[in-house]
Ligand binder design. Structure first.
Ligand SMILES: Cc1cc2nc3c(=O)[nH]c(=O)nc-3n(C[C@H](O)[C@H](O)[C@H](O)COP(=O)(O)OP(=O)(O)OC[C@H]3O[C@@H](n4cnc5c(N)ncnc54)[C@H](O)[C@@H]3O)c2cc1C
Length: 391
């Protein structure tokens, strides 16, 4: 959709027929299939394998993969809708779908060679979970200070180093791994590689024991003389920084959607509870203080939805979206934390225990301000862009 084909008066939250159908399918699936698994997956820090199979069979792991590769041929906006709806039930499942679609599929579609697309996209559409490995122990916000080394040797690259905090790594069949071919060249040495789980010298290490999104695996990756065919360079040697920047710009909208869904999920629980819970002889929803709290939360959620949808629709329209994506992620993570916290309070003591769902939403919300660029890094991007365009 190019700028000249946009209709001037379409409300941002208005969904077309395909989008409506898609959203209601994902919503129904989340409520029927994911909801019964949430508590156990969180307690055990384990993603139910049958759920991954269901996500693939519904087409939710290859939303934007073109039909010729076996994907759903959908839009980026649909990926955002899926992450939102799933995260309203379980943000851990939301992030698995998010990393697959908004980071890994996107990177392959944009930077993959014809052979790489032919080899990886059909697998990603049907059974292969992917992960995105940029961060290391000593390089997080300063991602391009990474130390994982890549040396070319004949028709292969040899990778040595460790990655930390890699989402999906327990389930993933392959990884987009960033390494430097020349540390002296700074960001210009950074190169992206497609690394298969089975490649010699590659190991998935320790799984983190986390505060929130506990069903989502977060592991260390160990690359010890890991041999990778030269044909598995994604994009060009030395252009990995561009891939990282561009995919993370898009990925941020996905985290915004995860936090939006989380806030909506917590609100839904709080509203239902407030209508049912009686104190002083009437539902607590009839007390103005509780109603105002729910009204304020609903307003913040709506504002978040506008930011997230606008950023996603800008991306689909091939318009600039970097500022809007950073704002969406920054704001959504704030709203998610505030709304989940308020939801706990509306539940009173029941909000503080694991038998009710809001305690988990509160724990899950914290990650929104940390991964795919901390809130400070979002503010740095927003600050730079708003001042650049100010005159
Ligand atoms: C559950 C989880 C899942 C993750 N998944 C992935 C993944 O799949 N792939 C991946 O590559 N990474 C992943 N990460 C890593 C994540 O992206 C980093 O943790 C994040 O970018 C922050 O880096 P850091 O932890 O090193 O913090 P640091 O960069 O050390 O930051 C610490 C603090 O300093 C602040 N700070 C740092 N630099 C500045 C600055 N210039 N100005 C102002 N403040 C600054 C930060 O805002 C933060 O508050 C994940 C992390 C977690 C916890």
């Amino acid at each position: 959709m190019a700028l000249d084909t946009l209709t001037a008066h379409t409300p941002l939250t208005q969904l077309n027929e395909d989008e409506q159908l898609f959203r209601s399918t994902v919503r129904q699936f989340s409520r029927q299939t994911i909801a019964p698994l949430v508590r156990q997956m969180d307690d055990e820090q384990h993603f139910a394998p049958e759920l991954i199979a269901d996500l693939f069979s519904l087409g939710l792991m290859g939303i934007e993969i073109p039909e010729e590769y076996g994907g759903a041929g959908g839009s980026f906006f649909e990926s955002i809708l899926a992450v939102e709806e799933i995260s309203a039930i379980d943000p851990s499942v939301g992030v698995l779908v998010d990393v697959q679609n908004t980071l890994c599929v996107n990177a392959l579609l944009k930077w993959g060679t014809a052979e790489q697309k032919k080899s990886y996209l059909p697998r990603m559409a049907t059974h292969a979970v992917a992960a995105y490995a940029l961060s290391e122990a000593s390089s997080g916000s300063d991602a391009f200070a990474l130390q994982t080394r890549a040396r070319k040797q004949g028709e292969e690259y040899i990778l040595d180093g460790r990655k930390l905090w890699i989402t999906n790594s327990h389930e993933a069949e392959f990884f987009i791994v960033f390494a430097t071919v020349n540390p002296e060249a700074g960001y210009k040495g950074i190169t992206a590689f497609l690394v298969e789980k089975e490649f010699p010298g590659f190991t998935v290490g320790k799984k983190e024991d986390k505060l929130g999104i506990r069903a989502s695996s977060t592991c260390e990756l160990i690359l010890d003389e890991c041999r990778i065919p030269a044909a598995n360079v994604l994009g060009e040697e030395g252009k990995g920084y561009k891939i990282a920047i561009e995919t993370l710009n898009e990925g941020r909208i996905g985290i915004g959607a995860q936090m939006l869904g989380l806030a909506q999920g917590a609100w839904n629980c709080a509203a239902k509870y407030a209508l049912e819970r009686k104190q002083f002889g009437k539902p607590i929803a009839e007390f103005q203080a509780v109603q105002f709290s729910l009204a304020e939360m609903a307003t913040e959620i709506e504002a978040t939805r506008l930011l997230v949808y606008n950023a996603a629709r800008l991306k689909d329209a091939k318009l600039d979206f970097v500022r809007e994506a950073a704002m969406a992620k920054y704001f959504a993570s704030q709203v998610a934390e505030r709304v989940a916290s308020q939801a706990v309070e509306i539940y009173g003591g029941y909000g503080f225990v694991k038998d009710y769902p809001v305690e988990k939403f509160y724990r899950d919300a914290k990650i929104g301000k940390i991964y795919e660029g901390t809130s400070n890094m979002q503010l740095a991007t927003i600050g730079k862009l708003v001042l650049k365009h100010f005159s």
